[in-house]
Design a protein around this ligand. Structure first.
Ligand SMILES: O=C(O)[C@@H](O)[C@H](O)[C@H](O)C(=O)CO
Length: 502
């Protein structure tokens, strides 16, 4: 039986007429499979090796090849991706569990994951490659099938066999969750923010008490019995709940907790396979204090909800595409408590909007000891635009001007405090310094949150205003994009792990 290296040499020699991705060459299903770069598209090349193979299952034109073997040039369509996942199980997503460091590497374009994998292969970090929220899918007009298939093709292209996750991110309804699970997604991030009552913080103690006493007596009695008059010792700190604090927490998170329990017991626990269940309470106005975090985690445990990660709404601001905004000392103090609480209950913290939060990465790494999930997405889009600024300055200038025009529309989807008066005067900048626009915070946010509007913008004749030109540029310069991602996400990992070195 040939080794992978021997097979690679054979195929590169026998099929040298294709521009082959050398790491993608595999034998499976009685065929040899590999990815090749054709004019403007990538193809799955299927070479039949034995009768009764899977050859005829693949969809695509059979072509003549001098080798005399049956050869098919299969487009990267869902039907072919599904067969590849069946024949090469490492190209299907897996649940990653609650240990170690993992990165959410959201790819809104469907072309970034190979670049991410070229970095990941050099580290022990595990990737969640297929990570998109319904918000992102809506804004980019993509589907979860597109997201999962892009990850499968990337894993095949790069020959990455160590396992990746697929995260149905910020899902808010049972229908959304069922749909992601049915497609084989292995992580579900439940966004319970709609069920968190953010008005409680503005209510007086009396208003809170009056509202609390409208709740079922057996429910409130159970809460008081379990939490009042006790000190919960976590990581050297004592967490206590006085009557008013408990009443506020019950009113703030009670409905969200009930929703989490419903989703877990009806969908996650019944999935019939391992699913990484993440609780997300980060996209809400109410910061998650350590006491609130303990209360939510404790109540989930009492409800029998098993989850692998939780995303609190930290103090300060985790805005899109820029560094942390807030008091670093307060963040460090509170984060230490959050990490201790997660350790105590046995799950990992998940850091949402993790892109570019370089000032807090060392603290995050230190207090989690590297046992943490960090989500990125927008920064991968911004790195793609940095490549555009280098290769086609005129196109970048058009996109930047359009993004500025539609910024107010985009703000309906993302919370940012961008100061438009500080935007760089791109018109006055020479082409060779345009990539530095991506180092300017306000410009980053304008470009970051307008990704969907840029990608779907249409001309009067219905053709895409930017999308086709962008994907053609990224296709022709994919190695430059991969290198930019390796460098930029590599900077994220370097800061996250700087306190982990012996
Ligand atoms: O934009 C989105 O909807 C997602 O990228 C979402 O923000 C994600 O959970 C995240 O935190 C990526 O950094």
């Amino acid at each position: 039986m040939q080794t992978k290296e021997e097979l690679r040499r054979t195929i590169l020699s026998e099929f040298g007429d294709y521009r082959i991705y050398p790491e993608s060459i595999y034998r499976a299903g009685g065929c040899v499979l590999f990815l090749a770069k054709d004019e403007g598209q990538k193809l799955l090349i299927v070479v039949e090796e034995e009768a009764g193979s899977a050859f005829d299952r693949f969809v695509g034109p059979q072509v003549y090849h001098p080798s005399g073997k049956r050869v098919k040039e299969a487009p990267l369509q869902p039907v072919n991706a599904a067969i590849v996942r069946e024949l090469l199980p490492f190209t299907a997503p897996v649940a990653l569990g609650a240990t170690g460091m993992s990165l959410g590497l959201g790819d809104r374009l469907g072309i970034a994951s190979p670049g991410h994998l070229r970095l990941i292969k050099k580290t022990g970090v595990r990737p969640v490659l297929a990570q998109q929220s319904v918000r992102e899918l809506t804004l980019t007009n993509r589907t979860y099938t597109d997201v999962l298939d892009a990850a499968t093709w990337a894993v095949l292209q790069e020959g990455y066999e160590s396992g990746f996750g697929a995260d149905g991110d910020h899902l808010k309804t049972a229908e959304e969750i069922r749909g992601a699970l049915d497609l084989g997604f292995t992580m579900i991030t439940l966004d319970a923010s709609a069920h968190i009552d953010n008005t409680v913080g503005q209510k007086s103690a009396k208003q809170v008490a009056d509202l609390y006493h409208t709740l079922p007596a057996d429910y409130t009695a159970d809460m008081e019995e379990y939490y009042l008059g006790k000190a919960f010792i976590i990581g050297g700190m004592a967490i206590t709940f006085d009557t008013e604090t408990l009443q506020r927490l019950v009113l703030t998170y009670g409905k969200a907790l009930a929703f989490m329990g419903y989703i877990y017991h009806t969908l996650i626990a019944n999935a019939g396979r391992a699913v990484d269940f993440e609780i997300s309470i980060d996209e809400t106005a109410t910061p998650t204090t350590p006491a609130a975090h303990y209360f939510v985690a404790s109540e989930l445990g009492r409800m029998g909800v098993k989850f692998t990660s939780l995303a609190p709404r930290f103090c300060g601001e985790f805005q899109k595409g820029i560094d942390y905004i807030g008091d670093l000392h307060q963040f460090a103090e509170e984060f230490k408590s959050h990490a201790a609480i997660a350790d105590h209950f046995g799950y990992r913290l998940s850091i949402h909007s993790g892109s570019d939060k370089f000032s807090v990465f060392p603290v995050i790494g230190r207090y989690t000891r590297g046992r943490v999930h960090v989500k990125t997405a927008g920064t991968n889009w911004l790195e793609a635009l940095r490549v555009v600024a280098r290769i086609n300055p005129a196109l970048f200038r058009e996109i930047y001007a359009f993004a500025r025009e539609v910024f107010d529309e985009a703000k309906k989807y993302y919370h940012v405090t961008t100061d438009l008066t500080r935007l760089p005067d791109v018109a006055a900048m020479a082409d060779d310094v345009l990539p530095t626009v991506l180092d300017h915070n306000d410009a980053r946010q304008v470009l970051h949150i307008t990704y969907g509007l840029v990608l779907t913008a249409a001309n009067a004749d219905g053709s895409y205003r930017f999308k086709d030109d962008l994907y053609e540029l990224w296709f022709d310069h994919e190695d430059e994009y991969y290198a930019a991602l390796e460098n930029h996400i590599g900077r994220h990992l370097a800061k996250l792990t700087e306190n982990l070195k012996d």
